[in-house]
Design a binder for this molecule. Structure first.
Ligand SMILES: C=C1C[C@]23C[C@H]1CC[C@H]2[C@]1(C)CCC[C@@](C)(C(=O)O)[C@H]1[C@@H]3C(=O)O
Ligand SMILES: O=C(O)CCC(=O)C(=O)O
Ligand SMILES: [Fe+2]
Length: 384
């Protein structure tokens, strides 16, 4: 067992496989004091950060307040800018979003509250094998190489108040007790705000694709989304590792808020570009599931996060996802003889399961998923 791995007393749970009796976690406070980093965190040459600071990506800035005012010029400008961005690389910024600045501030502060806790306390909410929620530390018990230099805390958000109007608060109360009541309240409010913002963006995407403002808004009304807190400790060898490896988000839409450190990079025209932090703006990008919903018209884009040797970096990522059993299928207006179906129908829960149990999301997730899905369906057909 590598020295940086702390063997913790086994925490038997219902869904651990026989081989998962012991939880192992990455102890950033221990690692930071070593002069080198373990080989498991060293990425192949061709995937390492650029030696020079990459050029800045000029992404359009969407004034959401303007769009929501209904002013015809603002609506057409907004939808045109989003359309061009989504045809080019799938990233754009949203400003004048109406999200309370105090909520943003306390959401960032609450990350320090959690990630500053002793390892054993964070380990109380450890992500279980095959699950997408909980605390994960560089996924040491999930991947054996190209480990990301980060700790994450992921949790579910359900927008369907009939089903669960307080899922985030309950999740933390159940897992961490009364001390996390305020913590849960903060992220319940944050996720509600993110869900509302996502539905406005879905209106813009619907208009930009010619299917109208309601189509995708209604598709995501009762979303089963994922909120993820990314904490990237400083690294003594930032040029050898990555905070988050190159990937396309398998989800539908990502609304990201970076702190002021910087580190998000997007791969466009065969070159890595940086998207510098802007506290007033959310970075929005479409994911694989929305690429399938648009029948491939809009592209899910390759991106990653680099780390530095000086200071921790934090980002809050809200991953909009349809209801688990919702069938992902493009509207008929986006399918034609010239534009035949690019992907088969699938449910979001099947793709999510694929990324959690069978495949580490990267830049080819959707292709790998479609191949896997076809194989599964062929095997079932042969068995009947
Ligand atoms: C559905 C998801 C899987 C990941 C979290 C959400 C959306 C982004 C995915 C991820 C960040 C892509 C890079 C690899 C990954 C393993 C990670 O570094 O965290 C991915 C997440 C995951 O599988 O936990
Ligand atoms: O932290 C960042 O800037 C990006 C993280 C990311 O891409 C993700 O969590 O999917
Ligand atoms: Fe991402």
């Amino acid at each position: 067992m590598p020295s940086f791995i702390h063997q913790l007393p086994s925490t038997p749970t219902t869904n651990e496989t026989a081989g998962e009796q012991n939880s192992v976690v990455f102890d950033a406070s221990f690692l930071q004091n070593q002069c080198n980093i373990p080989y498991e965190f060293i990425w192949p040459d061709h995937e390492r950060p650029c030696p020079e600071h990459p050029p800045m990506l000029h992404v359009p800035c969407i004034d959401l307040n303007g769009f929501l005012s209904g002013d015809a010029f603002a609506v057409s400008t907004t939808t045109e800018l989003v359309k061009q961005a989504c045809l080019d690389h799938g990233f754009f910024l949203v400003i004048n979003h109406g999200i309370d600045s105090n909520l943003l501030k306390v959401a960032h502060k609450s990350m320090d509250f959690f990630f500053g806790k002793p390892l054993q306390e964070k380990q109380r909410i450890q992500r279980k094998v095959g699950d997408h929620c909980g605390y994960a530390s560089s996924f040491t018990n999930r991947f054996s190489s190209k480990l990301p230099w980060k700790e994450t805390l992921s949790f579910p958000y359900c927008a369907d108040v009939q089903r669960d109007s307080n899922i985030v608060e309950s999740y933390f109360l159940n897992a961490m007790g009364e001390d996390f009541s305020e913590f849960g309240k903060v992220y319940q409010k944050y996720c509600e705000a993110m869900s509302c913002l996502s539905l406005s963006v879905m209106e813009i995407l619907g208009i930009s694709l010619g299917v109208g403002p309601k189509h995708f808004r209604e598709f995501f009304e009762g979303n089963d989304s994922i909120m993820r807190l990314n904490y990237y400790p400083p690294c003594q060898k930032p040029d050898l590792t990555l905070g988050t490896g190159p990937h396309c988000d398998p989800t539908s839409l990502t609304i990201l808020h970076q702190d002021d450190v910087g580190g998000l990079e997007v791969y466009v025209n065969e070159t890595w570009h940086s998207i510098p932090p802007d506290p007033e703006a959310f970075v929005v990008n479409i994911g694989d599931t929305f690429m399938a919903l648009s029948n491939g018209v809009y592209k899910s884009c390759l991106h990653r996060a680099v780390v530095n040797s000086r200071t921790p970096r934090k980002s809050l990522a809200f991953f909009l996802c349809p209801k688990m059993d919702k069938v992902v299928s493009p509207p008929k207006e986006l399918v034609s003889y010239e534009n035949p179906r690019m992907f088969p129908d699938f449910t979001w829960s099947t793709l999510l399961d694929f990324t959690q149990k069978h495949y580490r999301a990267d830049m080819k997730t959707l292709d790998a998923f479609v191949k896997w899905l076809r194989h599964q369906r062929d095997s079932q057909d042969m068995a009947t």
